[in-house]
Structures are given as C-alpha cells and as structure tokens.
Design a protein around this ligand. Structure first.
Ligand code: AMP
Length: 335
C-alpha cells in the first residue's frame, strides 16, 4: 500500500481485511498457511506526487491503521520500500524484461489517468507495475492479496517472473521466482461516497478507518442513493444504490433482506437506511478505533515495529538478490 495517510474503507474491504485473514490462516496441523510480508510502498507515492514532506508521518499513520486492523508484526514484517535498497536494484533488472507498449496497455494506468485528469505521465508512473513486480518477487510472494485494480499488475509480475526464469535459470535452484497469483475479496472494488468511482483519497469520497461514528454519519448522510427514489415512500432499486452496496458488506443477512424489501416497497426511507448503514460500519470499526488510540499513544513502539520489520525484510531481500546475481552471472561465479 502507498502511504497516502490514513486508510479508508476501500483499503480495508479490498486488501487489509484479506491480509489479516491470510496472516492468521492455519493449516490442519496448526501451522501457519502463509508467511506474510506487508510493504509500505513509499517510492510508489512519487508516481502521483513529488511532495515527500509528510511521507514518514503518513507511513506511520498508515502503519497504525494496519496494526489497529490486526496486522501482527511478530508474524508479518512491515517495512518501507525505500529502506530496502534491493527493491530499486531488482526494479532496474526487471525494467529490461518488459516493453513500454505492454505497460501502456495497463488498464489500471488508463483508469488512473482518466480519474485524476492527468494530461501527461512521468516515466516512473508507467513503470509502476515493474517496481511492484520487484516488491512482490523480492520476497518470492506466491499470493498477493489486493483489490481489483491491482490484478493487471499481478499479471505483469507473472510475466516478468516467467521471463526472468526462462532467461536466467539458476544453477542450483532452477527457477528463482514463483509466479504469484492475486487473491481478491468479494468487495475488491468499493465505490466511493459519490457513487462514481472507486473509493479513493485523491477523489475525496472516503470513509476513513479512523473516522468516529459522528464523522461516519456526517459523510453517509450526503451519500448518493438511487436517483429515482426522490420522496421517502418512492420505491427504490437496491441494485443501483451505493448505500445498499455498503449494507452488503457491513449488515447481517437478516438486515439485508429487510432493507431490500423496505427499499423496493417504499416503506424504508433513504435517511433511515443510511443511519443503519452508518451504525453498522461504526460498529465494525469500533475495535480498530480503540487499538488505533493505543498505538497513537505509543509512537515509539510503532517506530520500533517499523525498524524491526525493515531489518527482517533486508535479510530476505539480500538473499533473493544474491540468487538473482548468481543466475545472471553478475558478480562472482558459484562453484
Ligand atoms: P493503494 O492505496 O492504491 O496503494 O492501494 C492499496 C490496496 O488497497 C490495493 O490492494 C488496492 O487494490 C486496495 N484498494 C484501494 N482502494 C480500494 C477500493 N476503493 N476498493 C477496494 N480495494 C481498494
């Protein structure tokens, strides 16, 4: 994740919740199903903003959200891309394994250009998925729990891994890299409060994980609903309603059925429906708010967690880069 400051619900439903599930998943024999690593992609921020003044604070803020949501640093090293120099090194090599036309076809990039009204693109932004491939493959990631927008990037990562493995077989390992698969959630594209595009900080249509119940209600009351439901008793269409899509995630099966019936028949007004939705979101976020407060009160602990995670990540990254160099005959021959 890029450290764009505090996280929103889309980050949670699309990625973070899934991360934590993978982190805690056990096999039948009681051992962990995955080893998990979580990256603060601070270099990636530069693709859309050159302003790095608050990048460290934003990274810590994001880390606090991760910890509050359940990321356990004992199980999962957390680290910044910029503090493990092997990311840049592997990116350079990978940049030789993919064409610019392949990167120009990336649908996520096209969407970003459209949503942010960008009239030109920096070179590094075009290469964003190549850096992401390095981020994933340095740790030999097999599974990448991401939102829908990132699926094309995981596909590019697979292509790069395949190309590297074919061109540079390792004398002992054979293939250096796995071909990772994306793992998406049911809510891998949460729409923002404006109902137009995915929830995104740069579009200002978010509910933040750190928002209080009052803040959540304040935002929810202005959310767009079915535009054909003008008066309270007009029948509505849940399938086109943004608020109903949130209910699908945050409300119980029973509530959902009664909301759907009430909306269609016109017996449930949008204000009441939104109140219920805001309350259910607040309830789900309540334990995180409490944990968030704890970490905010212990900033030294958060900094130490990051420091320790970076030390662990460096060891893994160094080992992979040494295999890459061996496979490429860069450096000393292996006997
Ligand atoms: P980013 O902030 O773009 O680095 O995104 C971090 C992670 O959150 C990625 O896996 C995204 O796919 C996911 N994500 C961001 N926004 C949303 C959203 N609105 N709905 C679902 N997933 C999202």
């Amino acid at each position: 994740m890029r450290p764009t400051g505090r996280l929103h619900l889309g980050h949670y439903t699309g990625a973070l919740e899934n991360w934590i599930e993978q982190q805690n998943l056990l096999q039948p024999d009681g051992t962990r199903a995955y080893e998990t690593c979580f990256l603060i992609a601070d270099y990636h921020n530069l693709t859309t903003s050159l302003d790095t003044g608050s990048i460290y604070e934003n990274s810590l803020d994001m880390l606090v959200d991760w910890l509050a949501a359940g990321v356990d640093p004992e199980k999962s090293p957390v680290f910044r891309q910029s503090q493990v120099k092997e990311h840049a090194e592997l990116f350079l090599i990978f940049a030789m394994l993919i064409t610019t036309s392949r990167l120009e076809r990336n649908p996520t990039l096209k969407e970003q250009v459209r949503d942010l009204n960008m009239d030109s693109l920096v070179y590094g932004h075009l290469g964003y998925p190549v850096l992401q491939a390095a981020d994933i493959l340095l740790y030999k990631g097999n599974v990448v729990p991401v939102g829908e927008d990132q699926i094309p990037h995981v596909e590019i990562t697979r292509e790069i891994a395949r190309k590297f493995n074919t061109h540079y077989p390792h004398p002992i390992l054979g293939e250096v890299f796995p071909e990772p698969a994306p793992k998406i959630t049911k809510f891998s594209r949460l729409v923002g409060l404006d109902g137009k595009a995915k929830m995104s900080k740069s579009l200002g249509n978010t509910i933040l994980l750190g928002d209080t119940p009052e803040e959540i209600w304040g935002k929810m009351r202005n959310a767009v609903t079915d535009t054909q439901k003008v008066r309270r008793n007009d029948p509505g269409r849940p399938e086109v309603c943004l608020v109903f899509s949130y209910h699908q995630k945050f409300s119980s099966e029973e509530e959902l059925a009664s909301i759907e019936e009430g909306c269609r028949s016109g017996s449930l007004g949008c204000v009441d429906c939104k109140k219920m939705c805001a309350a259910n979101i607040s309830e789900e976020l309540a334990p995180m708010l409490e944990k968030r407060r704890y970490y905010e009160e212990h900033p030294d602990m958060v900094r130490q967690i990051l420091h320790d995670g970076e030390a662990k990540a460096r060891l893994i990254a160094r080992e992979t880069m040494s295999e890459v160099r061996q496979a490429m005959h860069l450096g000393e021959a292996i006997i």
